[in-house]
Design a protein around this ligand. Structure first.
Ligand code: URA
Length: 434
């Protein structure tokens, strides 16, 4: 087989066979298919797409490119959750302990974030000593005995995706539905859970700009999951404005602790309840949505979910004192209000641009090697639909110094679109694909 022939075939709009896809991914993983040919193939896929059989074949070929996790020795329902990524997304910090409190075994491998804020494991490093580099034995032991684990991705899990994603990142080929679906699902399938719940973001702050595109991606991933014999559900959710109020690592941990403490329910909890309900019903732990919600509300109100977060931190070597006293979380030395220069209704808050504000403050990574500052970020006080008076604070900037704070205030004011008329409210949960 010649890689050049496969590139030409895909470029001209033909489907690749199972054998061709397996050969290509094997060669790309062992280096016999060079990056430049794989980049050309990614571009051909970007323009020509892949049918469902090809996408499943690509997913399975990537999944088998490295180690897979065997959770068959762990008792009970084993579940995993994935978000396609958004600004202020601290869902896993709430959902994982809440699900553990409801009796689901949560086996989660998370990435570090590249971009506006850190990933879940960066956020968890707000707890001193928290270990995200677990061995496979520790990972399996914690799932069984603690009922949950959140670890960095093991080095040899899905090496084909690691290489391909890095290549796509620098060749304009990230936003392709078959490539995104196979990338996400190969990692999720390799991680071994039997119930997979996907949070597919939709809007200005995400890959999928429209609900139609998000539904297409969600459907593709659910079909791959089913094709691989896993119980998979996707929830399509709004990412036009940041999720919740905090954007930034320790600030998001604080918001998650407040949510687990039963803080006023907003869209963060609505999302956690929707994802959790999908997980509990797909896993057969709750008979229906109403029963699932009652279990989850009980886990929050009784304090069981918050205690589980503490258990998770301590089981991975972290100091969990900040859960009882959030003032102990890393805190930025400078806090400044971004006050509105106009009055009216907030019609739009550009989520991607809010992410840039957090990056500018040092809360995100520009490159894989960059250090992130866990202390910095922002807390929004006004969301879409709220009325703002002249001089009222839109958000608090948490910065390392006065200069970056001043610049961040200007940037944050630019993220808000304030008009005289209230905006049309669109639903936060846009659909569920089972
Ligand atoms: N997240 C992934 O893991 N892969 C993609 O291709 C896009 C988002």
């Amino acid at each position: 087989m010649q890689m050049n022939d496969l590139i030409v075939k895909k470029r001209d709009g033909y489907a690749l066979t199972t054998e061709e896809i397996q050969w290509m991914i094997r060669g790309f993983t062992d280096g016999t298919v060079p990056d430049y040919q794989m980049a050309a193939m990614a571009m051909a896929i970007y323009f020509q797409g892949m049918d469902r059989r090809e996408t499943l074949d690509l997913t399975l070929a990537m999944l088998h490119s490295g180690d897979t996790i065997d959770l068959s020795g762990v008792s009970g329902v084993k579940a995993d959750k994935h978000s396609t990524g958004g600004v202020g997304d601290k869902t896993s910090l709430v959902l994982v302990p809440m699900m553990a409190a409801c009796g689901v075994k949560m086996a989660k491998m998370s990435g570090r974030g590249l971009g506006h804020t850190g990933g879940t494991i960066d956020k968890l490093e707000s707890f001193p000593g928290f270990d995200t580099a677990l061995t496979m034995e520790q990972f399996l032991h914690n799932v069984e005995t603690v009922g949950m684990v959140i670890s960095g991705q093991s080095a040899n899990l899905d090496p084909a995706d690691k290489k391909l994603y890095a290549l796509r990142d620098v060749t304009g080929t990230v936003p392709s539905i078959p490539l995104i679906a196979s990338s996400i699902m190969s990692k999720k399938l390799a991680a071994g859970a039997d119930v997979i719940v996907l949070d597919v973001k939709c809007g200005a702050g995400s890959f999928m700009r429209t609900p139609e595109q998000a539904r297409e991606l969600a459907t593709e991933m659910v079909e791959i999951g089913k094709g691989a014999g896993r119980n998979t559900v996707a929830v399509i959710t709004d990412m036009d404005e940041p999720l919740g109020n905090a954007v930034g690592n320790a600030l998001e941990v604080r918001e998650a602790i407040d949510a687990l403490n039963g803080a006023e329910p907003g869209e963060l909890m609505e999302l956690c309840y929707t994802l959790g309900s999908a997980m509990l019903t797909a896993g057969g732990i709750a008979a229906d949505d109403a029963a699932a919600r009652a279990m989850m509300q009980n886990a929050i109100q009784s304090g069981a979910a918050l205690r589980k977060l503490k258990t998770l931190i301590e089981a991975q070597g972290g100091d969990a004192s900040a859960i009882d006293d959030p003032k102990l979380l890393p805190t930025a030395p400078v806090q400044v209000e971004a006050t509105s220069k106009v009055e009216g209704y907030v019609n739009q808050i550009d989520a991607a641009d809010v992410g840039v504000v957090s990056m500018h403050l040092g809360g995100g990574r520009a490159t894989k090697e960059s250090e992130i500052d866990l202390r910095v970020g922002l807390v929004l006080h006004k969301k879409v639909g709220d009325y703002v008076n002249l001089g009222e604070s839109l958000g608090t900037i948490h910065a390392a110094d006065e200069i970056s704070a001043e610049e961040a205030v200007k940037l944050l004011l630019g993220c808000y679109h304030i008009e005289q008329d209230p905006p049309e409210k669109t639903p936060f949960i846009k659909g569920i694909v089972r």
